[in-house]
Design a protein. Structure first.
Lengths: 356, 292
């Protein structure tokens, strides 16, 4: 991995919030929504200073060559594929010439209804945070943004997760998980995000809003056609498509969870069987040793069971944790959405004077 | 000797600009080197099938050095950057270039010719030139042009150009709208920033806006009734037409719809809460299993 390292990891001060430049927000949303429903990703560049992470630039990765069912996996791991690393170094070199900070501080992905907890996310973040502990992933949820206001969240792997990863060498055994106090709730920590406009951008926005800029439309129509006219799509009442999709994904995740649980149970049964076999063997050797001592023959050590039996390897708990976090995410989304939908319903009820 | 070019290629009649490209241009202006009056860069976008409409979707900066006597553009940079951008967005092609000062001089003509050239320009379509006044002291104005050759002397053809203004409009897709709305909410703040707000908060905001609009309309109507404001027949008709759009539904029907809607939502919320509780239980059990 040859991510450019600007500061030694031990010397970086932790950041507690993220400030994104307005141009970056537009670029990001344009790229992710154009490619909808495919998931895409790109790199973000910026500065980390004064415990604030400033995102100043972003560029998309070219779509991967892989076709068919594996294309979505390719896109998810795109930040580390060889072709994209070359693309990234070329791009950064060119951007340096126009005075753009060439400091990658993470990457962004688009997500369809919040389904981004997968192995690729973990791998990418581990690699990024090894180079710069303040790296983040920006997740843009396209479906949610079209329902209500922009949904852009910044996450990074929590300290517990990184510690567990290091301690168990990527295997995530049960003891490592418990020792580091890692639950599915704290895989990722969320950082507050705010959007900042440069002075020129503010001037442009004021200009766009001014009457001189509005298109000379039909004089009989009094509808404002300014580019910044408020958006009232969020007052729409159609809940079915969104909730349906959410519940569908939730049920799929629960199925995955049970499948994974099944593998773990299988492992536990295997382990129990092996251990009972070992106990029996130890008993047998013990009685044999007693016989041999009487015959003055060398005894067989009881610890030799390791040569005869092999304990099954414990499967990684990481999948379980990821799926649990995913399920949690879907449940939270449903709850947030229903709070909005039920308020709208009650408002309509009062507005139309329907008495219960 | 006037050389009139009889072009059989259609000329663009309308140019649509996406706000993202404007913000990129402004960003580039902020980062220019000391002493550079204006900066230039390339515009990328799509062209409609008959060539009459050009859409400008994104832009990137190209380093250039300008002095009184000559201008130098890094063409290699332009080519490499264009290739990289094209790989990421295969649909976007070269459509023109931009500059951040309103003046059009001989250098503009030279650059315009480069961008319209056969080898890697926009031939046979004319290149679009966008100028944006990014001076903080004056209004931001955006103008777009295409060029035609106007030959006065044969050896100075490459330096002579007639820039024809083309009407432009700002359009944004649905996707950009939410982002733009968020950014625009910061424009009246002192600190020029705004944070990402939750769903409920944005719902509250939209409702407040609708309420203020309704207040304005009702104030206007009552002032017309009092006689303080002259009545305008067009506005009155428009308001009447809009009010009649409120649906007339049977009260019982509506109550049934409302109840079933609410039940759906509550059911799903209950389901998700149950699932979350079960996950917590499983998690707890796992931990105790390991510890014991």
């Amino acid at each position: 991995m040859s991510l450019p390292v600007t500061v030694l990891p031990e010397l970086t001060t932790p950041v507690y919030s993220v400030v994104i430049d307005s141009g970056v927000v537009l670029k990001l949303t344009k790229h992710t929504s154009d490619a909808f429903p495919a998931t895409v990703c790109g790199l973000i560049l910026g500065l980390d200073a004064n415990s604030v992470l400033q995102v100043t630039h972003a560029f998309p990765f070219p779509p991967s060559e892989g076709s068919g069912s594996s294309s979505s996996n390719d896109d998810a791991s795109a930040p580390r594929s060889k072709a994209n690393l070359r693309y990234q170094t070329d791009m950064i070199r060119l951007l340096k010439e126009v005075n753009i900070e060439a400091n990658p501080i993470g990457y962004y992905i688009s997500s369809y209804l919040g389904g981004f907890f997968n192995q690729a996310l973990v791998d990418n973040l581990v690699a990024f945070q090894a180079a710069n502990p303040n790296s983040i992933v920006l997740v843009h949820d396209v479906t949610r943004s079209s329902q209500s206001s922009l949904s852009l969240k910044a996450y990074r792997l929590s300290a517990e997760f990184l510690a567990t990863n290091k301690n168990s060498g990527g295997k995530f055994s049960s003891e490592a998980v418990v020792k580091n106090n890692l639950t599915y709730l704290d895989i990722l920590e969320e950082l507050p995000v705010s959007v900042k406009n440069s002075h020129l951008a503010t001037a442009l926005l004021q200009h766009l809003d001014s009457p001189t800029f509005m298109k000379k439309g039909d004089p009989d129509s009094f509808v404002s056609s300014s580019a910044l006219a408020p958006n009232f799509d969020s007052l729409d009442l159609a809940i079915d498509p969104y909730l349906e999709k959410n519940v569908e994904f939730l049920l799929e995740s629960v199925d995955d969870y049970y499948a994974e649980q099944g593998t773990f149970n299988y492992f536990q049964r295997q382990l129990a069987r092996e251990q009972s076999k070992i106990q029996q063997w130890i008993q047998k050797t013990r009685s044999e040793n007693a016989l041999r001592e009487r015959a003055n023959l060398p005894t067989v050590s009881e610890d030799d069971w390791q040569k005869h039996f092999k304990l099954p390897a414990e499967p990684s708990r990481l999948d379980n944790i990821l799926i649990s976090a995913q399920i949690n995410q879907y449940c939270n989304q449903i709850e947030e959405y229903s709070s909005v939908a039920s308020s709208k319903l009650f408002a309509i009820q009062n507005g139309l004077d329907i008495h219960n | 000797m006037m050389t009139a070019q009889a072009s059989s290629t259609p000329t663009p009649l309308n140019i649509i600009i996406h706000p993202q490209s404007l913000f990129s241009i402004l960003d580039h202006t902020l980062r220019r080197n000391e002493g550079q009056e204006r900066v230039i860069g390339t515009l990328l976008g799509t062209r409609s099938d008959d060539g009459t409409e050009i859409e400008i979707r994104s832009a990137f900066a190209v380093p250039h050095i300008e002095s009184a006597a000559q201008v130098e553009i890094d063409m290699e940079y332009h080519k490499t950057m264009y290739n990289l951008y094209h790989k990421a967005n295969p649909k976007e092609i070269l459509v023109g270039w931009y500059a951040t000062s309103l003046e059009l001089n001989a250098f503009s003509a030279l650059i315009q010719n480069f961008y319209s050239s056969v080898s890697d320009g926009t031939y046979p379509y004319p290149a679009v030139h966008l100028t944006m006044q990014a001076n903080p002291s004056s209004d931001i104005s955006i103008r777009t042009y295409i060029s035609t050759n106007v030959g006065v002397l044969p050896e100075k053809v490459s330096e002579s150009c007639l820039f024809v203004p083309v009407p432009n409009e700002l359009r944004y897709s649905e996707s950009e709208r939410s982002g733009l709305e968020l950014i625009a909410s910061a424009k009246n703040n002192e600190s020029r920033d705004t944070s990402i707000i939750s769903d409920v908060a944005s719902l509250e905001r939209s409702i407040e806006e609708v309420l203020t609009m309704l207040d304005r309309v009702s104030a206007y109507v009552s002032s017309v009734q009092d006689g303080t404001t002259p009545a305008n027949v067009a506005i009155g008709k428009f308001l009447l037409a809009n009010l009649s759009l409120a649906p007339k539904v049977d009260a019982d029907e509506l109550e049934k719809l409302f109840n079933s809607h609410l039940q759906d939502i509550l059911l799903v919320v209950y389901l998700s809460n149950t699932i979350k509780t079960q996950m917590e239980l499983f998690n707890g059990l796992k931990r105790t299993a390991v510890i014991s």
